[in-house]
Structures are given as C-alpha cells and as structure tokens.
Write a protein that binds this ligand. Sequence first.
Ligand SMILES: *Cc1c(COP(=O)(O)O)cnc(C)c1O
Length: 811
Amino acid sequence: MLQMNNSILTTSDVRNTLESKLSRYFGVTPQEADKNQIYKAAVLTVKDILTSKRSKYKEKIKKQRAKTVYYLCMEFLVGRSLKNNLHNLGIVSEYEKVLNEMGFDLNELYELEPDPGLGNGGLGRLASCFMDSLSSLDYPAKGFSICYEYGLFKQKIIDGNQVEFPDDWMNDGDGWLVPRTDKTFSVKFDGHVSEKWENGKCTVIHEEYSEVQAVPYDMMISGSDSEAVNSLRLWRAKEISNFNMNLFSQGQYVRAIQENSNAEIISKVLYPSDDHTEGKLLRLSQQYFLVSASLQNIISDHLASYGTLYNFSDKVAIHINDTHPALCIPELMRILMDIYSYSWENAWDVVTKVVSYTNHTVLPEALECWNVDLFRLKLPRIYNIVSEINRRLCEDLWTMYPGDWDRISRMAIIGYSQVKMANLSIAASHTVNGVSKLHSDILKKTVFRDYYKAMPYKFTNVTNGIAHRRWLSWSNPKLSKLLDECIGEEYKKKPETLTEFNKFRDDTSVLERLQEIKTENKLALSKFIFNKTGIIADVNSIFDVQVKRMHEYKRQLLNALKIISMYIELKENPNAHIHPCTFIFGGKAAPGYYKAKEIIKLIWSLGSEIERDPKIRDIIRVIYLEDYNVSTAEILMPASEISEQISLAGKEASGTGCMKFMINGALTLGTLDGANVEMKEAVNDDSIYIFGHTAEEVDELWKKGYEAIRYYQASDKLRKTVDRLHRGFNGTSFSNLVSYLISGYGVSDPYMCLADFDSYIHTFNELTSVYQNKELWAKKSLRNIAQAGYFAADRSIGEYAADIWHINHVK
Ligand SMILES: *Cc1c(COP(=O)(O)O)cnc(C)c1O
C-alpha cells in the first residue's frame, strides 16, 4: 500500500477515482464502460498519483538545493508503463481488486497499452532502465529525448522477408504524456552569423535563420518503494507560425501558410539504424533540436531556482549517452557566451565541469562524423564554436606533442572535411566511460588510445545493468514469489542480496520449484507463439533463444549454421543423439541492411522447411518471432533456458539482453565478449558456457591473415553445413551467403563465424548434455539467478552517481 498525503491509498479511493474519471472523460459508469475506457481511466488515476508525488519530490529537491543529473539520449526504449507504475507504487492489489469487482482483468488491461518504441535496442533500453533506477534510488534526475511521432517500425515477416510498418504509437499511447505547452523553447537553424563590436564588447548576430519551436511532453518516471518521481521530457517540433503578414494582406493566404511547413518533420520519425550512423541532415537537425531545447530548459530551470549561473556546475551534471547528444557541448558554450556574456575560458570551465560521456561501441561504422559543409550550413554558430574548440585543442596538443602531426590529426575534432563527434565528446567531458570491463579496456587500447595517453584520468568503466524489478519481479512473478519465500524481499531494493539464494543450491524442493516455474513460463511463451504463428513449441524441448537487433557482429548466422549442421546430422541419422530443442529468434534489421535481412530469410526458410518434416520438427524447431520489442522480451526472458550471446569477441560493448536472461535463470552460451566476461567471473566456470576466440586471439588472427576457407577445408561438419546453403531451404538458395563466408571479393567471413564454429558446436553439445540431469541444470540455473544482482541498473547508477555525477539521494 502507498502512503499518500500521509494517508493510505485504499480500494475505495481507487474505486472513487476510477469512477470519477470514467464519468468525467467518457460519461459512463463502470457497468457501461468498455475495456479501453477502463484502461484509460486507470492511466489517468495513476498519472494523478504520480503528479502529486512528483510535486512533493520537487519541493524536496528545491529545499535541499540538490544537484540534478540531466540524462541526454536520442532514444528511450520505455516499454509499457501501467504495470511498471502500479508495481513501483505498490498498488497492484488495490487496482486488481477494484477492477475485478467491476468485471475487468488487470492483466488484460496491460495488454491494451502500445509499447512505445522510442529506441532501437540496447542503447535506448539502457536509458530507460537507468531512469527507473534513478527514481528508485531517490536521485534527482531528468531525462531528455525526442517525442518521435513514429517510433521504431513494426516488423512483419512475410514469406521470410522483413516488411516494415509505421509505429504510430501516439494514437493510443500518449496517455502517459503530459504536454507542457507553457515550457516551450525556440531552436534556430541555418542562416548566417556575424560579429558586431560595440564599446569593446563583441555581440554575435545570427540572421535569416529558420526557427522551430520545441514543445515538451513529459512522462513521469516512478521509482519502486521510493519518494522520487522523476521525469522524462520528450521534445516535439512545432512550427512557429510567424506568418508573413505581407502575404496575408496581399490575400495570399495559402502561400503564407505554406511558407514554413517543414519544421515538424524534425520529430517525425526515429532513425531505425542500430550501431550505424546516418550522415543525413535531418538526423543532425534532430540532434541539435534535442540538445538546444534541453540546454535552454536546464539553464532556465537553474535560473528559476538560484537566480544566478555562478553555481551552475555545482548543481548540474549533464550526461551524454553516446555521441548523439554531443552538440550539447558547443550549445552550452553558445548560450553562456552569446546570451550570458561569459568569456571563452569561463564558459569552457563550466562545460568541462558538467559534461560526461558514455561510449557504446567500437564499430567504426557507428562512430559519428559529420560533413563539415553540411554542418556549417545547418548550424553556423555551432560550427564556429566547434572550430574554436578544435583550434585550442590542437594548440594544446602541439605543446604536448610538438611536431607529432599524425597524432594530433587523429585527435583533432575537425579534419578531412569531417567533424568527429567522439573526439569532441572526449575533449570536453570530465569523464568518459565504457560499458563493460572488456569494452573499457579496448577503448583505451584501440579507438581512444591517443586520448587515453594524453588524458588518462578521464577514462573509467561502468558496467551496464538492467531494471531488475521490471525484468525479474514484474515479468516473472512465479520466480519472484519463490525468491520472496526463500530470501525475503530485500533483493528488490538491494539486488546484491540475491546471493542469499545460493544457500538453496542443495535444496531439492527449491530446485524442483525452479524447474516447475520454468516449465510454466515455457507454457505461457508457447501459447504466445501459437497465437502468433500457429506453431506449437514443445515445452519438453530446450528453449534456446537469440533475441536482439539483427547484426552481422551479433552472429545470428553462426547460430543458424549450428542448426543447419544439426539438421544435416538428423537427416543422415534419424537416431542421432540430440536433445529436442526449440530455437527461437527475434529481432529487427535496419531497413537498409541487406545482409541482416538475408539472414532473417535464412532462419525463416530453415524453420519453414523443418516444419514440413514431421520427424525432424519433433527434435528441432526454428521459430522467428516477429516484432521483437520490450513487451515480447518480458514474455521470452522468463521462459528461456539457453541464452545465446555469441558476438565476435571484442565487438559487443556490453549487451544487456544477456543480463535479463541470466536473472531469469537461463544458462549463457557465449563468447568472452562484453558483459559475458564479468558474468563468467560472477558465476564461476561451471554455470556458464564459453566458447570461441578471445578478443586478443581475434586480433592476432587478423594480423596473421584470417582465411575462412581453411576452416571450411579442415572440418567435414562445417564444409557440409556451408555447402548446404547452396541448395538452400524451403526453395530459396543462399549461395550469396556461401560467397560471404568463404569466397567473398573483400574479406571473407568478416565476423569469423567459421573460426568459432567447431568450438561453438562442441560447447553447445556439452551444455545440452547437462539437460539430461534436470537437477544439475536447475543448480546451474539457480547459480545464475543468485549471482545476477551485480548486473542490476541500481548498481550501475550507484557508480555513476558516486564517481561521475556526484549527486546525492534526496529523501
Ligand atoms: C534488452 C533489449 C535489447 C538489447 O539486447 P542485447 O542482447 O543486449 O543486444 C534490445 N531490444 C530490446 C527490446 C530489449 O529489451
């Protein structure tokens, strides 16, 4: 139960508020209301609770003059909110009871909520998990992003081909948004700038610009068992209707209205590429739109609280999640200098005290660069400032490394007609972090080596984490209940205490309960799959799952090769010793990513062919689940037994999917990449299944000259598997993939599927053979659950708060 205004929220409060919303907004009684109206009324009542909690929390922040972190990110993959908010506020049973009395099932209402997909994958989901932890730990925080009218596309698989459909989530999904039309800011693009000197003082004049209004839509972010309600502010672009009055008076009404009609496309759609830059002008406009509106907002709030900017860096921490919001660096310089008359040195001092940066990838195609001409035209004043930052940086570097042109040009922000956003971010941030130990080490040794040498004190690591309440407690209520019975509920607020569960590793009744729970969750997933695909997944088979964005480096292809080799083996020898397996895939490919789409087609075709073969499909089954998103993940994670985390070592910065699987008791089959390395340290070697080349071995192999064909020639199994692609599946040949793997024009097999194939198959067989011994499997599963506390976002946020942002709990 929830303490509200020092009183407790009772079922009759819930009933009264629901009834009053129904009557006020829909003119109906609970008896007359339909499911949709009840859902909307429930959202409205929860929003009221959050609003009143939030205003109290804001009072506290103000009173304590507390430092706030502003988390800037182009993506927040929020997922659904009703269930999360009710659980966080501790009022599920009150709502359940009242709704039951009204004849409705709360779980059905949850399903009515669209899943706002304002992000592509891991990056955006991390941002949302972090917001949850910030509120749950009572840290003052505000997230900033864009209110995309269309989130990530909806995926359908038609005859094995991915087809994209628009996600107009706002239609039914804007229920959680609070428009703040009183808090708009204007963002300026284009035009030209000049300097005017007057009485020894320089004024910068920006003329003939085009202007866009940024309108905030707030989503309140509840915490679990906490006082804080923070907000995620999403900016929407709106035209500024400064109509050309001359045209009006000339009677040219239509032309006057047509004149500025392009502004609103800025927040129209999320770019659907994960780990890949879009060098498009519109994307640059989106980035500047986000940072300019957010910074004007941060400064105006600060002035409203303190009436001065002198203490700005004591009260404000600004975090950029990847380089996408890096323009906040020159934008803060611009505001301080052009509007508040700061000197360059003073402005730079503020910027470098408040900004910190997280790197999320070492993939070269994901490192953002902007064409200088494009940049200068779109953002003339910002370009001036970036040039000056670069000039001063190079001057300093010249003193440090006289004559070392190579190094200086590698470290420069502008060069070869490109603006390099990573260099800008490192140069201006007080702290730069990677997202797993391995990734942070690789940053220092490779992409950021020069910067690490010059400014070692800036570099650190914060390993990613997940919202363990959403991903364990709320998604897997059965496991959650078992944990509550065994170790109490403390782990919900202190995830590290999950280790208490280790005490039950020899308790056969607990091990049996674990197996029952897994089977029940598999049954629920199986129903879900049946409803979507008409395929019945056998709950006695092993559920082996790989769900994540489709990407060559994540190697869904390697997984497919494994299944093909099993298929060949079963065809040759129907009595082969193979434990029945259901292989489940899910994930979207960027619409322009041809190779990724080809791999979807391969997996789907393989699945279709097997499905027509009654002997094979009883042993192995392949299912491609459409439209993988947060809500699907919440059903998949509790039901998974094998977690496929098989990226080429050195490529996956951290991964967070791996953590969701682990905390739900799946065993990881993975490479030594990203957070897998730390998961291995956490569980000891016998509860995780590691295979393949290490990141160092991969580097050596490249240096020696990697020849995929040699692996093909050396292994019968691999050769048969690759050759089988020519014939293909379900009537489609995949000869293109054969060329890709062994006879490409460029590099063959760029992500070394063949080099890791034998070791992958071997380790998979070792892992599946454990399944014969159910109790042993359950023990390993228990070990994973008990050791997963480290991978909670609460731990990550604790580290950011203490070591990077220097913020305190406000209670
Ligand atoms: C957690 C999550 C991801 C990230 O998965 P990885 O395996 O870390 O790439 C992507 N999409 C959704 C919907 C998620 O919930």
